[in-house]
Design a protein around this ligand. Structure first.
Ligand SMILES: Cc1cc2nc3c(=O)[nH]c(=O)nc-3n(C[C@H](O)[C@H](O)[C@H](O)COP(=O)(O)OP(=O)(O)OC[C@H]3O[C@@H](n4cnc5c(N)ncnc54)[C@H](O)[C@@H]3O)c2cc1C
Length: 441
């Protein structure tokens, strides 16, 4: 690297950050002028491994049913094909962002964990996502070893628990309860509605009167029936106010309606928190998400060439599909910005930007156990077999491979300023591949 090197810094090495890194190295870097300046990509994440968290519900019951090789992927190994002068994977956590000096502070988390680096950026991509309360459902801002440990610990606890409560009526809660129910209780034959004597009591607590807010009531009812088949009962209007760990190891849950429940094991799958602690307060909305330009994906208030993508941005409803739709937009606008600023860092591009458009359709796939599921795509109900084939079979493991290896982005997405967003057919194809999930923020 020389004094002329311009750093393209990507914070977060998950679905969004990995996609940005591969796309940039494959398509944008070769398109930039070779005169005077070198560009170098830094991908930063505290975890050496990408966690395919979509598969968490099945991984939470057994590594035989969802092998570690399908849930954790070594990041460095998947970037070996790029030149060292173009790319560095840095194991560390962003702890500060100075938009005036245009630097990020990185606390190293590998062997050199006492080291801190001030890394200047020419362009910065924020892709640090969200964390779930339950450490099996996401990385927590540390290494993947913590998730592995939490999964193993849960496997041990499931073997002994006689009563389990899962909190949260969204897709994570329903999928988790369905996998656990089938694992501990098996499933009924088709003519029976629920197991006669389930081995373990499994309750799913739903804060509202309906499961799966993104889907229509009939699909939510269908989900309840599929949960019953694996011995899971749903308790509605049961918002959890507080929990207490009792001396005998049980957990006591105090519900908003005054009721209390006691269980061997409590698993909260009740929403997520954006991982934005390192970002100045004024760049965040009142829920802690990055204030992102809803069309260009730039973070306008952070100065030139700063962008947000994935779950961390407030443009997004969450989900991999959203990332698939956002990547071509962000990469086109980043390329335009870099080309304009090649000679003079303060020059902005002229003409139209590529525009992102939020997809607000009824679109979500929710497997329930190992053979059933409910879902809709663009407002059309999907049969249970299709939900199983697209997502329930292996929880989109092939999509994870495509993202981490970069093959997902082998082709550059063409665009002319008049093109606008993804065309209908292109967008629809992407949705099916993404498992048509809509997170429920
Ligand atoms: C159970 C479950 C099932 C799901 N099913 C689907 C589905 O079927 N389809 C779908 O589209 N979506 C699904 N989702 C949602 C999907 O997982 C998210 O939309 C996706 O993870 C968002 O990706 P991301 O790259 O934005 O962020 P994340 O996946 O949240 O990753 C953030 C990354 O940033 C890193 N990081 C955090 N803090 C820092 C820091 N300070 N510095 C550097 N790095 C940092 C983390 O280590 C992590 O690698 C599911 C989620 C769950 C929990």
């Amino acid at each position: 690297m020389t004094a002329n090197t311009r750093n393209i810094v990507i914070l977060g090495g998950s679905y969004a950050g990995l996609s940005v890194a591969h796309y940039f190295l494959k398509h944008i870097l070769p398109s930039l002028p070779k005169t005077f300046k070198d560009y170098h990509v830094y991908l930063i994440d505290p975890s050496t491994h990408f966690y395919h968290r979509v598969a968490a519900p099945r991984a939470s019951v057994s590594f035989d049913l969802m092998p570690i090789t399908k849930t954790f992927y070594d990041i460095s190994n998947n970037f070996k094909g790029y030149k060292p002068e173009d790319f560095t994977f840095l194991r560390g956590k962003a702890t500060g962002l100075d938009t005036t000096r245009r630097t990020v502070t990185i606390q190293h988390t590998g062997l050199d964990k006492c080291k801190e680096t001030e890394l200047p950026y020419h362009a910065l991509i924020l892709a640090t996502g969200t964390k779930a309360h339950l450490p099996i459902l996401s990385l927590q801002g540390g290494g993947h070893e913590e998730v592995l440990e939490a999964l193993s610990d849960l496997h041990d606890k499931l073997a002994c628990a006689k009563s389990i409560i899962v909190g949260g009526g969204g897709p994570s809660g329903v999928e988790l309860a369905g996998e656990i129910g089938e694992f501990v209780n098996g499933t009924t034959r088709w003519f029976k509605q629920k197991p006669t004597r389930p081995k373990t009591q499994v309750i799913l607590l739903c804060g509202s009167k309906k499961l799966l807010p993104v889907l229509r009531p009939a699909l939510a009812k269908q989900a309840e029936a599929y949960l019953a088949r694996v011995g899971v009962s749903v308790k509605y209007s049961s918002r959890i106010e507080s929990t207490e760990k009792l001396g005998d190891g049980h957990t006591k849950l105090n519900l908003g309606n005054g009721e209390t429940l006691v269980s061997d094991l409590y698993l909260p799958a009740t929403g997520v928190t954006p991982m934005t602690e390192y970002i100045p307060y004024e760049l965040l909305d009142d829920r802690g998400y990055v204030k992102t330009n809803q069309e260009t994906l730039r973070v306008d208030e952070a100065g030139l060439r700063v962008y947000a993508i994935g779950d961390v941005g407030n443009h997004s409803r969450g989900g991999i599909l959203d990332i698939y739709e956002a990547i071509p937009v962000l990469m086109t606008n980043l390329q335009r910005d870099l080309l304009a600023a090649h000679e003079d860092v303060n020059t902005k591009p002229t003409g139209d930007d590529r525009k992102y458009k939020k997809n607000a359709s009824e679109t979500q796939l929710v497997p329930i156990g190992r053979s059933k599921g409910v879902g809709a795509f663009n407002g059309n109900r999907l049969p249970t077999l299709m939900v199983h084939m697209i997502k329930g079979r292996d929880y989109l493991s092939s999509a994870a491979v495509e993202i981490v290896t970069g093959t997902k982005w082998n082709k550059q997405s063409g665009w002319k300023p008049t093109d606008g967003c993804l065309s209908g057919s292109e967008g629809e194809k992407e949705m099916l591949i993404a498992g048509t999930y809509r997170a429920n923020r």
